[in-house]
Write a protein that binds this ligand. Structure first.
Ligand code: COA
Length: 361
């Protein structure tokens, strides 16, 4: 591994250095491989954004058109693999189904090939799980469709409207990568042991599953449903805080201003018909005001999950599919980080601080 790092030109590079994305928590800016996330989400397809992050991670140009063809083939292979997934898709939780489904993929040892396999498999497994969960027959991928449109079609079982497919594509691009978040760190730690890409993305799904990371958008929609109308927002939110619960979709470890991805998703939602957008804006305003009064020293604003809930609901995804859909987008970022970590070739092994008793001599 040390010699790999040398030949990759990354010798001396810190394990936390990355060319894949940059999060500026003070300014509220997200840069994805040299492009502003807003710009990328509104202009690039998922395939183009995935090619971009994979190129940055692997330091090797990935052609988006070739990648689109490879991902379509990977979706078809994943569909063929469904009968070999055992009871993986019987899970009641979509993240468990995604984790168990991906765990059935064999690692070839070629990270680039395994990345395509995993990125292509994720939407097929999640859509099939979602339909089974709703008592419906899974729907196969359609050759010739782009990744986002195919995922939506496999979920809803009919050709989606172009506006819905575009909005879902914008979402998948928006969440494709986000610095050294918990699941990405997990993927890098696994890779750093010289393990394979499939193991890394399976572990990353486990990290994404938690409500403090990728599990918030379903509860955000529950919250909007419970509030019902803007006039109820303040009372409801105060009740949550009084009960010791957090406001889902608010606050972030890095951002001290509004998460820039919230604005991208708001824009992407506009062409869709949903009456939840106005309610979401009113609830966000009330939540930000209450949290500012409670914790004036710790700015807390809407994070990506707030408008994720509104967007994914508006394109027709059931709420239990929201977190796995985050995985469908982020798996491209995880894969890029696997490629990058492989080039660094250094074991990530933080030291612990022992605070227990020492043996008596
Ligand atoms: N609602 C109410 N209070 C919140 C809050 C929220 N959404 N987020 C943070 N806080 C409060 C905490 O209760 C804590 O208060 P205390 O110091 O009195 O105990 C303080 O702010 C700091 O919280 P902490 O958990 O240390 O901050 P963090 O940087 O680890 O938190 C999150 C980041 C995202 C985990 C947190 O903001 C959160 O739980 N948000 C809700 C879940 C969510 O939307 N997750 C998706 C993230 S993209």
């Amino acid at each position: 591994m040390a010699s790999e790092a040398k030949s990759s030109g990354l010798e001396g590079v810190n394990a936390a250095d990355t060319a894949i994305s940059h999060v500026d928590g003070e300014q509220g800016r997200l840069v994805i491989a040299g492009a502003d996330a807003e710009q990328l989400a509104l202009t690039a397809t998922f395939e183009q954004a995935a090619a971009r992050v994979l190129s940055a991670g692997g330091a090797l140009a990935v052609d988006p058109v070739e990648l689109a063809t490879q991902l379509a083939l990977a979706r078809a292979s994943a569909w063929e693999a469904l009968p070999r997934l055992g009871d993986a898709l019987d899970a009641t939780d979509g993240m468990e189904a995604l984790r168990a489904g991906l765990a059935h993929l064999w690692a070839s040892g070629d990270d680039r090939a395994d990345a395509v396999t995993a990125i292509g498999a994720a939407p097929v497994f999640v859509a099939a799980w979602s339909r089974k969960h709703r008592g419906l027959q899974p729907v196969p991928p359609t050759p010739g469709l782009d990744h986002a449109t195919d995922y939506l079609k496999m979920t809803i079982g009919a050709p989606p409207s172009p506006a819905a497919a575009r909005a879902l594509g914008a979402y998948l691009v928006t969440v494709i990568d986000h610095g050294m978040n918990a699941s990405t760190f997990t993927a890098r730690v696994v890779t750093s042991t010289a393990s394979d890409l499939i193991s890394a993305v399976v572990a990353a799904v486990g990290a994404l599953k938690g409500p403090l990371h990728g599990g918030a958008p379903g509860p955000v929609l529950d919250m909007l449903d419970a509030i019902g109308t803007p006039a109820n927002a303040e009372t409801w939110l105060l009740g949550e805080l009084a009960a010791g619960r957090r406001i889902m979709g608010m606050g972030h470890r890095i951002y001290r201003v509004r998460d820039p991805r919230a604005a991208v998703l708001e824009l992407a939602i506009k062409p869709l018909s949903t009456d939840r957008l106005a309610l979401a804006r009113a609830v966000e305003t009330a939540a930000a005001k209450i949290l500012r009064e409670r914790k004036p020293d710790r700015p807390m604003a809407a994070n990506v999950e707030f408008y994720t809930a509104v967007l994914l609901d508006a394109v027709g995804l059931p709420r239990e599919q929201f977190s796995p859909t985050f995985g469908v987008g982020r798996i491209a970022g995880w894969s890029a980080h696997v490629l990058e970590q492989r080039r660094v070739g250094k074991l990530i092994r933080p030291a612990s601080t022992y605070i227990g008793p020492m043996p008596q001599l």
